[in-house]
Design a binder for this molecule. Structure first.
Ligand code: B12
Ligand code: SF4
Length: 464
């Protein structure tokens, strides 16, 4: 059975190619069972003709799209292009999982997968191969020929992550991905997050299947995958894409010992201020961790508590960044502007908290209301977002669809563009100016045009 996976990666700020963990795993699971897989990676440029000719060459039985909310409009157009072909079209990933209504609306789409897809894809491929009914499997929602929707039972979260094969990176032309992302590879040691931030898709994904949501691979299994990647590709560093890398301190300690002994490349992690302490940071630093990223999101304790469901204090945030630095790590903060109920004064709190912390680097996004999250529902209830808000309206975290009288769109855009400059202007003029350019209207085209020299520019700006 032939599956063509489709990963659209269009208009995403940053400009680097990326490996998609979900599709990599689904491909490995299918290949292990003897099926044939391919990938259409539509990177940066919208190219439906390239897609059509790939489908003509590959001749898939199934086209399998992944999509988050920023990409669903592209997926919808591609599925519609294929609607008269004799093949099955299925979509999975965060958006179809959390906004299953998209199945009704997308012409040509036959089914969506809600939640993790390994069992769903394998069952589907086997059934198509054997010519048996594929529409009854748990985790699937299927569109009948009359347009009505059939919702099957929930699936189960894979409990033993070590039972999964390593992801199929070669399908992505992985060396090229590594080179476009500062010679780094991305790896995940866990799935799920125990926290419940109101703006994030992860907690809602945790409600879509039976069984424990937060799971870890064994340290041995993760290290074995990294070893395999490092032996196949030229790699300079590792980025762990886990939601919160330090949930389990014992696990971190065991991981650090093994990583230092068996891998030794510089690496970076993301974590939460509450699940970190000096000792954990020290283990990470001693194992070769160079930078830790932590979410601040907003500097207003009140907004965090009331709207974001993030109950840490500013004191805790300051301490965590201080501890990381004392342990020898560089730090990076994640920030968002334009939350429901946010005001310009609250955004000023975010600037001031960052000035106080003075992270080595930072990221700022504009809040986007992702369906399936608490803040999506609140945005509609409070009238900040039209109830007719369509998938197609999603914009990739650099603009806002909210209409808030106390924080108008133009103000939000201005705050977004100037945030990093305002944070750094007192401490590092060089950094402030580079960020000013990066977050300006011209930043993204400029970064793409300067692709060949982006590594030294990043080193200059971030000190990495
Ligand atoms: C790692 C990561 C990335 C990586 C890698 C991309 C990837 N998804 O692999 C990078 C850095 C590239 C990235 C980029 C972006 N990301 Co991201 N990312 C994540 C993160 C932290 C983990 C995702 C992951 O790998 N999980 C593990 C794998 C195994 O799970 P999975 O990808 O969901 O796939 C499983 C199922 O969903 C399902 N499945 C997925 N696709 C399909 C397809 C079919 C046919 C089937 C049957 C099943 C299926 O089966 C898979 C295996 O079980 C999540 C947060 C989270 N915890 O989910 C955010 C998250 C997915 N990202 C998010 C966002 C917003 C983005 C960006 C738009 C950010 C930006 N820069 O502007 C881009 C979009 C890129 C794109 N083109 O899609 C949001 C999406 C929210 C939403 N509802 O849309 C999330 C949920 C975080 C959040 N803020 O809430 N991301
Ligand atoms: S800690 Fe991170 S991954 Fe977990 S719910 Fe909050 S934002 Fe999402």
């Amino acid at each position: 059975m032939r599956t063509l996976f489709v990963y659209t990666d269009i208009g995403v700020k940053g400009g680097a190619r990326s490996y998609h963990f979900g599709l990599g795993l689904l491909s490995s699971v299918l290949r292990r069972a003897g099926h044939t897989t391919g990938l259409h990676y539509m990177f940066d440029q919208w190219d439906p003709a390239g897609f059509e000719s790939h489908v003509d060459r590959f001749k898939p039985d199934v086209i399998a799209y992944t999509s988050d909310s920023s990409q669903i409009r592209h997926v919808a157009k591609l599925a519609s292009l294929m609607k008269d072909r004799a093949l099955i079209q299925i979509a999975g990933g965060t958006h179809p999982s959390l906004y299953p209504k998209c199945l009704e609306r997308i012409d040509g789409l036959n089914a969506i997968c809600q939640g993790e897809g390994e069992a769903v894809m394998l069952n589907l491929a086997n059934a198509v191969e054997n010519g048996t009914d594929w529409t009854g499997f748990a985790g699937l929602m299927v569109k009948n020929s009359d347009g009505s929707i059939k919702r099957n039972a929930m699936g189960c979260f894979t409990q033993d992550l070590d039972s999964l094969p390593f992801g199929d990176r070669e399908m992505f032309g992985y060396q090229r991905v590594i080179e476009s992302d500062y010679d780094r590879i991305t790896v995940m040691m866990s799935r799920g997050c125990p926290y419940n931030c109101n703006y994030c898709g992860s907690p809602s994904m945790g409600k879509l299947a039976e069984g424990k949501y937060v799971r870890f691979r064994s340290v041995e299994n993760g290290i074995a995958e990294i070893k395999e990647i490092v032996s196949n590709y030229n790699v300079k560093s590792v980025f762990f894409a886990d939601d919160v890398f330090t949930i389990d301190r014992k696990y971190v300690r065991k991981f650090c010992e093994a990583y230092a002994r068996e891998i030794g490349l510089p690496f970076e992690v993301t974590t939460r201020v509450e699940s970190s302490c000096y000792d954990t940071f020290k283990y990470l630093a001693d194992a070769g961790c160079t930078r830790v990223a932590m979410g601040i999101e907003s500097g207003s304790e009140e907004l965090r508590r009331k709207a974001l469901n993030r109950k840490m204090t500013n004191k805790k945030i300051i301490e965590a960044f201080k501890d990381a630095r004392a342990a020898g790590l560089k730090t990076k903060s994640y920030n968002i502007v334009g939350f429901p109920f946010e005001t310009k004064a609250m955004h000023q709190d975010t600037i001031e908290l960052n000035q106080r912390i003075n992270p080595d680097s930072l990221v700022c996004y504009i809040f986007n209301p992702y369906p399936g999250t608490e803040l999506f529902n609140i945005s509609i209830k409070e009238g900040f977002l039209s109830p007719d808000f369509m998938d197609e309206d999603f914009i990739s975290r650099t603009d806002t669809p909210l209409d808030m009288p106390d924080f108008p769109r133009e103000e939000i855009l201005k705050c977004y563009r100037n945030f990093a400059f305002n944070v750094y202007k007192a401490n590092s003029v060089k950094k402030a100016i580079l960020y000013k350019v990066y977050y300006s209207r011209f930043g993204e085209p400029l970064i793409r045009a300067l692709d060949s020299v982006k590594k030294p520019i990043q080193r200059l700006a971030m000190g990495t």
